[in-house]
Design a protein around this ligand. Sequence first.
Ligand SMILES: Cc1ncc(COP(=O)(O)O)c(C=O)c1O
Length: 481
Amino acid sequence: MPDPTSPLERLRALQGADLPVHGGRTLAYVYDSGEPEVDRVAREAVATYAASNALDPTAFPSLLQMENELVGVACDLLHAPASAVGTVTSGGTESILLAVQGARDSRPDVVRPRMVLPATAHAAFHKAAHYFGVEAVLVPVGADFRADPAAMAAAIDDDTVLVVVSAPSYAHGVVDPVAEVAAAAAARGVRCHVDACIGGWVLPYAARLGRDVRPWTFAVEGVTSISVDTHKYAYAPKGTSVLVHRDAALRRPQFFASAAWPGYTMLNATTQSTRSGGPVAGTWAVVQQIGDEGYLRLAGRALEAVDAIVEMVGAEPALRVVVPPDSTLVTLATDDSCDPFTLTDELVARGWYVQPQLSFGDHGPTIHLSVSAGTLAHVDELRTALHASVAAAQASGPVAVDEQVVAFIEALDPAALGDEDLDGLLAASGLVGTSADGDLELPSRMAEVNAMLDVASPAMREALLVAFLDRLQRPVRGVLR
Ligand SMILES: Cc1ncc(COP(=O)(O)O)c(C=O)c1O
């Protein structure tokens, strides 16, 4: 390859190392409509608004207009009442952070605020707990991986400021019994947030397509807020989600103003202050471009692809679908003849990026697939790749972690590990290697690394991965020419 000279050439060369965002074969992180015109419109809109600042709606009224229209579309999808209001945020995690922060600040009378979560709730709620000092009360889910309404109700107490359900949960792709949990929350006067970050733009269309969708929107009494990510199944460019509240009073504690300094009065609806107009404009343009009929068509394709995947998994004796999917997420498990980590590597080697999920509680490791509309055109290739990957994973056999290594890891206290210990562990796990010229090297196959993380406790996984990220994020000096 010629030595790249211009920044854009260099950019494209760098991007070659990334997962493809188009082609429907990357089954986590990205969502592909499969329609090139959607991507073209998104790119142009993002570029047009990249320098605009949504910080001040009086300075950039066009962004306010676009945001109000986007929230309006979300309100229509979510059966929100006329009183509903919302905010465009930067993503699912920010929507969730704000839902938790708002719930906490709506109850200044509570000294030790708590939120009741099904054990399957997204990690963003744990981040919110960490940031905002709200205790996460984790309630085990039922055998069907759905929240247990009676146990959730029993966990609510006088200090509970929020109850959470998912529609659907990320790890298992099932919709919680929202109506029962929301009723229990309402009976105690507690807010109930539905995390529909990943399903909120698909489930309404799934229902319209005649699929069985249990109630989860504002049509359910007691639901006070819903998050839905436009940068997932609205197929918008990265950087937007919508947080909708049933009424303005519920949203009020989310707002922040500060005149306690000599500059402009800071006035924010989100955790960000300066906000790029790019993602807002890109999302607005994509939503217009696809339109209601378009989303119905794309949801139909994604769900058809899910059906095909469930069927192809059924044809592989070594595999099973962990729970029948309620939406566009599929979770796979393997039998003893192969392990999910090797299978993941084999699929990745064949151009299909799937995401390993480590053991948790009583459940073994699984493989996660977020299926896009763009995947449908390629399901026959996936069938071939899956079959060959299972055969290859069976031929190489499950990854075994040395008993002594397991014992060693179990004996360590993650909180007491110093930098040298972590360096040693990262090298031993294969997560971080060093090339001949001393550069940090990432593993090309992850099965051994994942198998090792799988035997580690959640606290040890966190410690190792934080140390890993710390090693990754190191400055590259001398770049400016
Ligand atoms: C159910 C659910 N909630 C929250 C999030 C977090 O969203 P984000 O990665 O946009 O912050 C995700 C992401 O996959 C999700 O699936």
